[in-house]
Design a protein around this ligand. Sequence first.
Ligand SMILES: [Ca+2]
Ligand SMILES: [Ca+2]
Length: 286
Amino acid sequence: MKGRVYVALSLIVFSMSFLAQNMIVTAGDQRRYTGPTLDPYSEIQAETNFFNTGDEIREKDGRRVVSLDKGEYFRVKDVNFDRGMDSMTITVKADSPACIKVRKDDVNGKDLGCFMINGTKGKYIPYTEEMNDIWGKSVIYFVCSFGSCSIDYWKAGSDRGSEPKDVINPYKIVEAETMENAGCFVEGDTAYAAISDERTLVARNVDFSEGISDIEVITQTRWYNTEMYIYIDEPYGPPFSKLLLRSQRFGSCIAHISSDLTGVHDVYFKTNNPVDFDSWIAYSQK
Ligand SMILES: [Ca+2]
Ligand SMILES: [Ca+2]
């Protein structure tokens, strides 16, 4: 019972701190409505996080911080990087050298950048570093990879203003022949791309802000045991999804996806045999 009360209280405290942050609620186009998000271009308190293996502590001056030792991290989700990112500032204290890595999607995910912190002599000091770009509603991790430190708050920097990035909407049909490296062939009314073990296709800057539950492809192939492999951001390593293609005439094949993928990514398609690839579409998690 005590545990339950604690969880309920934590949720209330968390919801309140989330609300106190720079929350944006986007109305307008209902299809694009993705719920409340955090504005990373204003200060976000480190203690506003969705998971934390470090300790949340209150300093003598009243500030609340997240204290991380080597290997510990905290996760922040629903961060709306709608202006991208080129730098980040964290306000941090360390008694000896420490390193904080900022990663996307996963605690072991791609590095966006890294802060090398010297001893700060008991003070909280802002550190700014260049960051790799990230777009759209995303999940990021702050990982302490060396030493120990305490983070008070953080803020992303972008000098691009609010011009929207040219992104692909995967929740509408994406014609395969419009992707990079596709080539364009026509059979009857269908324009399609050629894909094979030697020809990888890529759709860049695909905005998965609404998550992904399934992916559907329209293909045809004369080859048996033909598989399509889908990769995110890099065309190697374990595939994000795999589909068995059976249609000899243009037809549909759907794969269920169990992943928390969100944000903007490059999507690579490969097959083990020659395939005519008409189009694909993703289904959101709603
Ligand atoms: Ca704080
Ligand atoms: Ca097509």
